[in-house]
Design a protein around this ligand. Structure first.
Ligand SMILES: Nc1ncnc2c1ncn2[C@@H]1O[C@H](COP(=O)(O)OP(=O)(O)O)[C@@H](O)[C@H]1O
Ligand SMILES: [Mg+2]
Length: 371
């Protein structure tokens, strides 16, 4: 696969703060690659290092196969759309977009051609003569994007470009951004703290936590197979259900012991190598859509909250003193608040994590559990 950006073991500290800690990843040609993580995890710093606005303490950055670590921003063939993008409100939309080209000493006729091409793609043509301060927020966002696109960089870097627009505009912009990227086939490195946005927009996602890259994969891989408790907790809305307990084996059967309750885990033990987790604190997790009401289910609880979600109900079921599980159901004729129900979970969709390390055991057939 052709990599447009290669980040190799990059680290950066500010005083005592390690902002980026040994991060490596490749961004393939023509994909939307998203850095996702909570505020302060090092996303902006990573992007600024790629743009050349920040120098890494360690590691190298390659763009288009060339080592650019020691090159200034304007020699890197990238363009950064900032979080706090700003238009010049008194200049026309046209002048705003042309701005980046004029300082690059491109002939006026070429400037005109490129601006109108990009305006066409972004559907800004009808706004070109208006003052930039007079157009809507989503148009202003597009102006910031257009200013980068006219320069025709190899890679577009976008730092939370949609955080300032309202929820409805954000959804529209997300869709449009995806379409524009498909149309022009440009490589995009996108930064967001919003997991839903990342899941909707990206070809691949790199999840960051505390300066480190913790998992890279397609949205489906990240959603279906989180490799750590952190990713499991961070991805998904509603979030996964979690139950803490100690893993035990009684008479050859795997059990999660949680207070007075025991949950059989034999089906899960067929998938994961659990031996190394024996007698340790573990967290098991499953998504609401992977649980169901089932008269033969392993745990019983009482329904506390009922939410209507389209054609289904989301039930909040208290199963232990301090554990409430959320499951979806389409069978709800007899379900009222206070109903006793039994729950079962698709064992193929149960995730097990070591509570202390947050790591997931290896699948059965691969090595010996936790490495
Ligand atoms: N110029 C700076 N000086 C000091 N600390 C900084 C600077 N830039 C970022 N940091 C710190 O580095 C960490 C990562 O910041 P940042 O890359 O902005 O995270 P994110 O974009 O994921 O919110 C944070 O703790 C932040 O306070
Ligand atoms: Mg940031």
């Amino acid at each position: 696969m052709n990599a447009d950006v290669v980040v190799e073991s990059v680290s950066k500290r500010f005083g005592d703060v390690v902002a980026v800690d040994g991060v490596s990843f490749d961004v393939y040609r023509g994909e939307i690659f998203t850095l996702l993580g909570p505020s302060g995890c090092g996303k902006t710093t990573t992007l600024r290092i790629i743009a050349g606005l920040e120098r890494p303490d360690r590691g190298r950055v390659y763009i288009g196969g060339k080592d650019v670590t020691d090159l200034p921003p304007q020699k890197r063939d990238v363009c950064l759309v900032f979080q706090e993008y700003a238009v010049f409100p008194h200049m026309s939309v046209y002048e705003n977009i042309a701005f980046g080209l004029k300082i690059r000493r491109i002939s006026p006729s070429d400037v005109g051609k490129r601006v109108s091409e990009v305006a066409e793609v972004l559907e800004l043509t009808e706004h070109l003569e208006k003052r930039a301060g007079r157009v809507g927020l989503s148009e202003q966002q597009k102006i910031a994007l257009a200013r980068c696109m006219v320069v025709e960089p190899r890679v577009l870097l976008l730092d939370e470009p949609l955080t300032l627009v309202d929820a409805r505009t954000r959804e529209k912009m997300r869709r449009e951004l995806r379409e524009i990227q498909r149309k022009i086939g440009i490589t995009m490195l996108y930064v967001t703290h919003d997991q839903l946005e990342a899941l909707m927009l990206s070809d691949r996602i790199a999840v960051m936590s505390k300066g480190k890259l913790v998992q890279v994969g397609t949205p489906i891989e990240i959603y279906d197979n989180p490799q750590s408790l952190f990713v499991a907790q961070f991805i998904g809305s509603p979030t996964m259900n979690f139950i803490e307990g100690v893993l035990r084996k009684y008479g050859g059967s795997f059990i999660l012991e949680s207070g007075n309750f025991r949950i059989p885990l034999d089906d899960v033990a067929k998938l994961y190598n659990l031996e190394n987790l024996m007698d340790r604190e573990v967290v098991i997790g499953f998504r609401p859509e992977d649980g169901s009401i089932d008269a033969k289910g392993a745990v019983e609880g009482s329904v506390e909250v009922i939410e209507v979600v389209g054609d289904r109900l989301a039930l909040h079921v208290r199963v232990f003193r301090d554990v409430v599980l959320k499951v979806y159901t389409t069978i709800y004729d007899d379900v009222v608040i206070g109903s006793k129900v039994r729950l079962s979970v698709n064992p193929n969709k149960v995730h097990v994590f070591d509570k202390i390390s947050g790591r997931k055991p290896l699948p059965t057939g691969v090595g010996h559990g936790i490495p």
